[in-house]
Design a protein around this ligand. Structure first.
Ligand code: AMP
Ligand code: ZN
Ligand code: FE
Ligand code: FE
Length: 282
């Protein structure tokens, strides 16, 4: 998909602070190596990768835009919302991330109990020790299941046990879309509906498209040009931003490479200018 523009930016990837397998520093060095000019690290429900990542990006000469991917739910469907260009010091967004941390920890222990009932025993405290500050999620459990030989891939763990309607699924009970949009707004950021094609119920997508988002993710790994066009038309009709990124996770999703979906300089500049303007006083 990349056609070698002078400037390209990947606005969606995960570090070891959530369920990615590269540290923020490794992500930044990889981004530089493959020729990206801009990046946003969008960990699930945590800002822990920043501001340390800012320091490394500055040293490497890479433009880094503050980002996060917040889990929400609507009509029982999981909805991911990307926040960009917000203040990293905002209490509103930090409070929401803290609530997610508690929610995730509780769900983690609940999932381990269900797995135990299915004769799969995992070293719960060891896994947590490896992720002391970050946002614990199902991929960490899936990797531990692989290590124990219960499954042969992360994909298999989701397909057989951890995914929706599978025997060891525990609902996430994430917060509402309204509450999530509110926190991003209060932090001065922009809210983007992430990978809309992954929301299976069409009526939920229709409802979401009536909500006050600032944009929609139109470029995503493994999107065809037809997909791109469909979501671009929706963005244009609403005068929304059309963002994009790979959703790179490292070894958790080995088929997705950093930079395989990206945005051009114009869009990146729009987001960066929003951030600079909103944070000029800090
Ligand atoms: P959680 O945030 O704990 O609910 O876990 C959801 C995350 O798991 C998603 O954001 C993906 O990164 C990952 N995930 C979901 N489904 C799969 C799958 N089939 N294979 C690999 N990773 C997955
Ligand atoms: Zn993830
Ligand atoms: Fe997501
Ligand atoms: Fe993601």
């Amino acid at each position: 998909m990349k056609q070698d523009p002078a400037f390209y930016a990947d606005l969606h990837c995960h570090s070891t602070f959530s369920d990615g397998t590269l540290t923020p520093q490794e992500l930044i060095h990889l981004a530089k190596r493959i020729g990206l000019s801009g990046l946003s690290i969008t960990d699930h429900d945590t800002l822990e990768a920043y501001p340390d990542a800012m320091k490394h990006a500055e040293e490497a000469g890479l433009e880094l835009l503050p980002g996060v991917e917040l889990s929400a739910s609507h009509q029982g469907q999981s909805v991911h919302i990307l926040g960009y260009a917000f203040s990293l010091k905002s209490d509103a967004i930090r409070r929401l991330c803290e609530k997610h941390r508690e929610r995730r920890l509780k769900r983690y222990h609940d999932i381990l109990k269900v797995l135990e009932a299915h004769d799969m025993v995992l070293p719960g405290e060891d896994i947590l020790r490896r992720h002391p500050a970050g946002s614990i999620g199902r991929p960490h459990i899936a990797l531990a299941m692989m290590e124990k030989g219960y499954v042969s891939s992360v994909e298999e763990a989701f397909k057989k046990y951890l995914g929706k309607r599978k025997p060891c699924h525990v609902p996430g009970n994430a917060f509402s879309v309204d509450e999530t949009l509110d926190a991003i707004r209060q932090a001065g950021g922009l809210a983007i509906l992430a990978h809309p094609h992954l929301i299976s119920r069409a009526s939920t997508v229709s409802e979401l498209l009536k909500m006050p988002f600032d944009g929609i993710e139109c470029f995503y790994s493994r999107f065809t040009q037809k997909d791109n066009k469909r979501w671009l038309r929706i963005a244009q009709n609403r005068n929304w931003l059309a963002t994009g990124g790979s959703d790179f996770h490292g070894a958790v999703k080995p088929h997705i490479s950093l930079g395989c979906a990206w945005v051009s300089e114009d869009l990146f500049r729009t987001l960066m200018n929003h951030y600079i303007k909103a944070n000029a006083h800090e």
